[in-house]
Design a protein around this ligand. Structure first.
Ligand code: NOJ
Length: 747
């Protein structure tokens, strides 16, 4: 053997020896990370910051690259996305194990609302205000995904959205920072389970940092222009909640904020996230967003883009190849201190250790477990439960719903009745080897529910888009033969989602005209609105006797809808986002300021802040949603009327189910700061409780108000509560305030 070969062999043996030491169980993760880092060359370090798309499916513009395997082998890749299934992830991991230091890959995937079992889209699920159900849905998604080779989900998306033209409104929890924060926390807990390192836990990723939901005009990827106060008070709280829940990773966002792309935004990533919030995980860019800073015009080329992103605190480069192509040079040229690279690498290695990947890189690749979890019978049961809880009853004239069990013939009409995949919503996952036969269509759900006791008639009526009314005749004809008509209309699932912004959010095509034609039969009609966003459907809202917002409910959609139609589940959901009257009313949200000339009623819009040609009210307000039963609110009681700074007020209120059905009510607590040094919203959600009551039952519930709930960012951006009077409002929605009182904060 030649001397050089002997040298190489010696180095390999030595490295393996050191690596073994690094991996020893006794060492703390920090020590183990340091030991690995000490063995790494600069190129290997940069490799850890590099993430590529596998070729299974694409969720962004793909770069054709046939050398991925070779790059992984030479330690140039730290993570892959869009790589699923134990077989495929195992085969990539095996290649990573051929690299010099055998550092395992992490596999990331958009598991947004389910893996195989598909849950309601996040906006729909948020209508449940049911934090346990939401956590469970994330838990199950993580269980399935982790059994199928995934160890990192790019969820939850926690962007506040006030503009339904923005397609990604479907992916978040709506417009309110308080509710969205609670939901963000629940989702992170659900995905990550007891702790990273258990084989059914995946790393969560709070995205998109930050203010992506405030894209001007609701146009995806667009710029954001925002005051610091709005950012801190409305857009950042759900991210902070994710940090509090222990989220492992963050993703930055495509947009610029006030001219600075988030990906290169030091204030957000270093000062706030890693500084003030002490976030110990790592930040991944969005797909190509480092390179896209060239288009933003804030950097000249990939070299400058990499410099800007790493300096700002972005640790991993998703698919832009800016780090792998430029970071080494930047370090060599003294532009990037190696300490910055080390910090990013350490953050990533730490997570790999926490996931247990260094101990067993194949621990998520157990095909038996994969089969077991993908066919776990408990999962559809949970999916059906959360789907029912996500359906919002928008209208129910003459108590048309629940449908009487006496009904003999139902005409089920519309382009979404027999659709299968549509129910899965935008971010369904193409799990290898899994077809859609387990998805319960609306038709199948109803069929199962009524068996052969009820005759079901079907007509398409029309398509989702297009102007053909050729099917109207047949639809009207079967409607005439039925006791009741159910009409299922709405969007296509891919009309809302990433890059799916729309200037027109009316129900597409001739679907509302189909309703008009059906109404001429005089038959009672229940309309199901299927959509990923708040749509505008004033004709339907004003003329259909009963309406359910069914969103996209996932693989158990049909069963869940049938349960609600027949009263086997009494709807309890409430809207987490305002439904506008028209596109011209956007942005419209409940927690606005009063202005100097508030419009208080439609009867007096004279020289007030309102549109001359529109009501001041939205079509359906934040917090709105009906039930088959009714609830009476009474006995609002405050334990004291003067609150000292460090004290609390206990608020109690009695809720009674005054109707005929068992039901759940989401009781909402809003506050208003009457006079403060800066203008404050007319109302802000500060707490809520969901409670279940039998018919006739009543319960007294309690809320606590403390200084934290009264605080806001003052002119100096300090988080303060100012003394003075506050209104407290208890409501069934942001507009349907049932009880009101006030108290004073004293110094
Ligand atoms: C771009 C999207 O903005 C992001 O949310 C997603 O996680 C990545 N693509 C990966 O698919």
């Amino acid at each position: 053997m030649k001397k050089t070969a002997l040298n190489i062999l010696f180095i390999i043996v030595l490295n393996t020896f050191f690596l073994q030491i690094a991996l020893s169980q006794e060492k703390s993760i920090a020590q183990r990370v340091d030991s690995v880092l000490n063995l790494m060359t600069l190129d290997e370090k940069i490799g850890q910051l590099n993430q590529y798309n596998d070729d299974w499916t694409a969720t962004g513009p793909v770069t054709i690259d046939t050398s991925k395997a070779r790059q992984i082998q030479s330690g140039k890749v730290g993570s892959l996305l869009n790589c699923m299934g134990t077989e495929r992830t195992r085969s990539w991991q095996k290649i990573a194990m051929q690299s010099r230091l055998k550092i395992p890959l992490i596999f990331g995937q958009d598991v947004i609302h389910g893996y195989k079992t598909t849950f309601p889209i996040p906006l729909a699920e948020s209508c449940s205000w049911d934090l346990e159900a939401i956590e469970l849905s994330a838990r199950i998604s993580a269980t399935e995904a982790s059994a199928s080779g995934i160890n990192w989900t790019f969820a939850p998306m926690v962007d506040i959205a006030r503009d339904p033209r923005w397609g990604r409104v479907m992916e978040g929890a709506g417009e309110d920072p308080y509710l969205a924060s609670k939901i963000a926390y629940a989702r992170v807990k659900g995905f990550q389970g007891n702790k990273l390192g258990e084989t059914n836990s995946v790393m969560a990723c709070a995205k998109h940092f930050a203010a992506y939901g405030a894209a001007i005009g609701g146009r995806d990827y667009n710029s954001v222009d925002m005051s610091d106060r709005l950012l801190l008070e409305t857009y950042l709280p759900p991210f902070k909640a994710a940090v509090d829940a222990g989220v492992a990773t963050f993703m930055n966002s495509f947009n610029d904020i006030n001219g600075i792309p988030s990906t290169g935004n030091k204030y957000l990533q270093r000062d706030i996230l890693k500084g003030k919030w002490k976030f110990g995980g790592f930040v991944v860019s969005d797909w190509g967003s480092i390179g896209e800073m060239i288009n933003h015009g804030t950097v000249k080329n990939g070299y400058e883009a990499a410099l800007s992103a790493i300096t700002a605190g972005c640790d991993m480069d998703m698919e832009s190849r800016s780090y792998i192509n430029n970071l080494a040079q930047l370090v060599k040229n003294g532009k990037v201190p190696v300490a910055l690279v080390d910090d990013a690498v350490k953050r990533i290695l730490k997570k790999k250790f926490e996931l247990g990947l260094f101990d067993d890189p194949f621990r998520f690749c157990n095909s038996e477990r994969e089969q077991k979890e993908l066919n776990n019978p408990d999962h559809p049961i949970a999916a059906r439960d959360v789907a029912r809880k996500s359906i919002v009853l928008l209208k129910n004239q003459n108590r048309l719903l629940p449908l009487s069990k006496e009904i003999r013939t139902i005409a089920f009409i519309g382009p979404l009745v027999k659709a299968v995949n549509q129910n899965k919503g935008f971010w369904d996952v193409e799990v290898p080897g899994v077809d859609s036969s387990y998805v319960v269509s609306q038709w199948e759900g109803l069929q199962r529910k009524v068996g052969n006791k009820v005759k079901l008639l079907y007509a398409l009526g029309c398509s989702i888009e297009g102007d053909s009314k050729d099917g109207f005749g047949e639809a009207v004809n079967i409607a005439k033969q039925a006791d009741v008509v159910i009409l299922s209309i709405g969007e296509r699932r891919d009309m809302t989602g990433e890059a799916k912004s729309r200037s027109n959010i009316n129900i597409p095509g001739v679907q509302e005209e189909l309703l008009k034609a059906l109404l001429t039969t005089g038959k009672p009609i229940v309309v199901l609105i299927n959509a990923g966003r708040p749509l505008v459907f004033n004709y339907t809202a004003d003329n259909a006797p009963a309406i359910l917002s069914t969103w996209w409910l996932g693989s158990e959609a049909g069963n869940a809808i049938a349960d609600v139609l027949f009263g086997d589940y009494n709807p309890s959901a409430k809207l987490p986002i305002t439904f506008p009257l028209s596109v011209g009313q956007i942005p419209i949200y409940y927690n606005h300021f009063n202005t100097g000339r508030p419009a208080l009623s439609d009867d007096n819009r004279f020289y007030t802040s309102s549109y001359n040609d529109l009501s001041i009210w939205p079509k359906f307000e934040f917090g709105y949603g009906l039930s088959y039963t009714t609830f009476q609110y009474s006995n609002l009681h405050l334990s004291k009327k003067k609150l000292n700074y460090n004290d609390q007020i206990e608020v109690s209120v009695t809720i009674k189910n005054t109707g005929r059905y068992v039901g759940e009510e989401i009781v909402q607590l809003y506050l208003r700061d009457i006079v403060s040094s800066i203008a404050r919203p007319v109302e802000e959600l500060k707490d809520f409780k969901k409670l279940k009551l039998e018919a006739g039952q009543s319960e007294t519930i309690k809320f606590i108000i403390d200084r934290e709930k009264l605080s806001f960012y003052n002119q100096q951006l300090q988080w303060v509560a100012e003394p003075g009077e506050f209104d407290i409002m208890i409501g069934a929605s942001s507009r349907d305030i049932r009880l009101k009182d006030s108290f004073e904060l004293v110094e």
